[in-house]
Design a protein around this ligand. Structure first.
Ligand SMILES: [Mn+2]
Length: 276
């Protein structure tokens, strides 16, 4: 019996299955956590979702920005962006079930026995662990409520970048979604910057990676996160595990065994030609 965390799939189904076979993943005994961004940009988002839907008892996803965008697109009856390569998924008669399945997933998971937080983007430095878990739980209630489309239609608030702006239910929702699914760099006050996507050492304008602002917030816990392929799996802290290693951009998919902290990886089968 083993517990694993896998980085962003983004539709890279063949590499995902190869990794599971590599570690002999047995869904009747083992458990798989996913840091989110199951779908979008890669070749087979439909198969990724279908596989996870079938293994519901053995898997748990912390939703990423692409997963939330998919839910929002569906619930607000928008047309998906062709660049996301979700045509097969939107043509599937199972899409309503997949959307319901995704809406049951959390933004964050705390694993007491591994002293480990799992989320798509990490732990916002303006929040301690308990606050973060509370916020994630409250946001989850919003996207699971009958008013989900109201909240999700308004989650794209680039002007909401710090905790002090979270003054009501909607602004707290937007802050929480941004913190858990979009964060990479923050400024010297901990305010999130949504533009910069590069490597940690490419920061400009006084920005710094979220994990370098108040590192005392995470010095006693492990964090598994994805979302930031430009980190190439590296952070300055041995207790922080950056698991998005850019499979969809032609690099690798990474899977971590929680007990041993051993990483396994699978190279992209066919290097992607487009980065659009
Ligand atoms: Mn992401």
């Amino acid at each position: 019996m083993a517990d694993y965390v896998v980085g962003d799939l983004q539709g890279c189904y063949n590499e995902f299955i190869t990794l599971l076979e590599l570690v002999d993943f047995n869904p009747s005994q083992d458990h798989l956590y996913l840091v989110g961004d199951i779908v979008a940009r890669g070749p087979d988002s439909l198969s990724c979702l279908h596989y996870l839907y079938q293994l519901q008892g053995s898997t748990c996803i912390t939703l990423g920005n692409h997963d939330l965008h998919l839910i929002a697109t569906y619930l607000t009856h928008k047309t998906p962006n062709p660049n996301d390569k979700l045509q097969d998924l939107f043509a599937s008669e199972k899409l309503p079930e997949y959307i319901n399945f995704l809406r049951q997933q959390p933004l964050a998971i705390w694993l007491e026995n591994y002293n480990t937080l799992i989320s798509h983007a990490g732990l916002n430095p303006q929040l301690n662990l308990q606050q973060a878990l509370n916020f994630a739980h409250q946001a989850q209630a919003c996207y699971q409520s009958k008013d989900a489309s109201y909240f999700l239609a308004k989650m794209y608030g680039n002007n909401i970048n710090c905790l002090s702006q979270a003054t009501d239910e909607l602004t707290q929702f937007t802050f929480t979604i941004n913190a858990f699914s979009r964060m990479r760099f923050v400024d010297c006050n901990g305010k999130m910057n949504y533009k910069l996507k590069g490597a940690a050492n490419q920061a400009t304008d006084g920005l710094l990676p979220w994990f370098n602002h108040k590192p005392q917030n995470h010095q006693n816990i492990n964090i598994c996160f994805g979302h930031w392929a430009a980190l190439e799996g590296e952070t300055p802290y041995q207790n922080l595990f950056a698991l998005d290693t850019g499979c969809v951009w032609g690099k690798q998919m990474t899977l971590l065994e929680l007990k041993t902290q051993k990483k396994h990886s699978c190279n992209n089968f066919k290097e992607q030609q487009t980065n659009s």
